[in-house]
Design a protein around this ligand. Sequence first.
Ligand SMILES: NC(=O)c1ccc[n+]([C@@H]2O[C@H](COP(=O)([O-])OP(=O)(O)OC[C@H]3O[C@@H](n4cnc5c(N)ncnc54)[C@H](OP(=O)(O)O)[C@@H]3O)[C@@H](O)[C@H]2O)c1
Length: 314
Amino acid sequence: MIKALGSLLFYGRFLRSFSALGFQRRSREWPPFKPDFSGQRWLVTGATGGIGRAVALAANRRGATVLALARSERKLEALRKAADHPARMLPVSADLSSIARVRALTGEPEIQAAPIDVLVNNVGVLLNDFETTDEGLEASFATNLLGPFTLTESLKTQDLLDADGIVINVSSGGMYGTPLKLEEMDCRGEDDYDGMAAYAMHKRAQVELTRYWNEHWQGEPAVHVMHPGWVDTEGVKTALPGFRTALRGILRDAEQGADTILWLAETRPAPTEEGIWLDRELRPEHEFAFTRKSRHDAEDLAGFLHERRESVRA
Ligand SMILES: NC(=O)c1ccc[n+]([C@@H]2O[C@H](COP(=O)([O-])OP(=O)(O)OC[C@H]3O[C@@H](n4cnc5c(N)ncnc54)[C@H](OP(=O)(O)O)[C@@H]3O)[C@@H](O)[C@H]2O)c1
């Protein structure tokens, strides 16, 4: 009962901002947007569905060569066929939840060919049921956090991220509901698992990781974190069917969800010390006082992820 009331208050607070209503209201003020990504190399994770697909297709249309990463080869082929310039839509079939597979990625010729200008860490899943990967990791932790962390760090350490480029981490407004708690980051057992809480925690962690990378990389490349608002995608249909039914008429479409990612890639703002982008504006990282209270910070998080990554190798 208390949990249901909490959810109602949480969603009610953000309804006008995160739904299509917020996008429509804000976008009325925006000048025409015709980005030019000619000659750029993009790596978009989760490129075959929802927001990632809209990003991959738009970047390709606007001149970029897109390395499109997802698991299903069938969906990757459909994406290539749907692209305006299929020769510049390059499929990369990989499961981001497999740390061994992610490590191997940077050795692949199409990734090694030249540094990436724009990395969009878009994959994110809310798994209602507890699952573990073959490497013994909780599956949403591996998919949302450890896989993207390993990918981004590997690209950076192997000079495969262009220093003038940009990394865009796709978080979620769900992160407003939780402080950073390392002890709950990688749930070890079914009894303690709450898919929504795990998802929110991973999304909060992406905000902290953005800070960590900006502090350590000094803008080479710049890292930004954004959230797309509430978007009608397969992910939402599968994970949050009740939410989708209740809000169906006012959910954003995938292009609206992708807009700020494309805008960041085009405008390339300098890294910021804090904040999360929504609808082309930097917003606060916290909306509730309790989420500021954490025993852990970005350095602790990165240390934890390095350790977990190495434990997979062991
Ligand atoms: N939709 C929303 O309302 C909303 C709100 C806030 C934040 N977000 C965030 O926006 C991002 C995109 O969400 P979405 O709703 O567009 O997602 P989606 O519709 O579920 O699309 C998921 C994409 O990720 C790929 N994928 C899933 N698991 C993967 C894995 N283990 N390895 C590689 N690729 C994988 C899928 O392709 P395969 O299945 O072929 O791998 C597909 O291309 C996520 O980070 C999400 O948290 C979404």
